[in-house]
Structures are given as C-alpha cells and as structure tokens.
Design a protein around this ligand. Structure first.
Ligand SMILES: [Zn+2]
Length: 56
C-alpha cells in the first residue's frame, strides 16, 4: 500500500491517493481533469523559511 500525493496542474488542487499498484490514470476529484502530476515527497527542506525571516 503506497500513499501518493498528486497535484492537478489545471486547478492546482493537491490530493492524496492510496494505491496498491501503479495507477495508469489519476483524475482530479475537483475538475475531473487528467493533467495530474505526481508529487515526490522529499526530506523537509527549510527552503520556504527564508522568505519572511529577514524583517524580524
Ligand atoms: Zn483539477
């Protein structure tokens, strides 16, 4: 059982699916589009932390 995270490139909706095998096609639950991109989870990076920390 694999938990995968997808993002719809049409409406930017992010959702998770629990799949047992590779799914051939994933449809967006919001707009029904198939322009879905698999989000690859990586180790947490402090990349977004440097935006607003300058003015403290
Ligand atoms: Zn969508």
């Amino acid at each position: 059982m694999i938990r995968k995270e997808y993002i719809c490139k049409d409406c930017d909706f992010k959702f998770e699916r629990t799949v047992f095998e590779e799914e051939k096609e994933v449809l967006c639950p919001v707009c029904g589009g198939n322009n879905i991109e698999l989000v690859v989870r990586e180790e947490k990076k402090p990349a977004n932390c440097s935006i607003s920390s300058k003015y403290t």
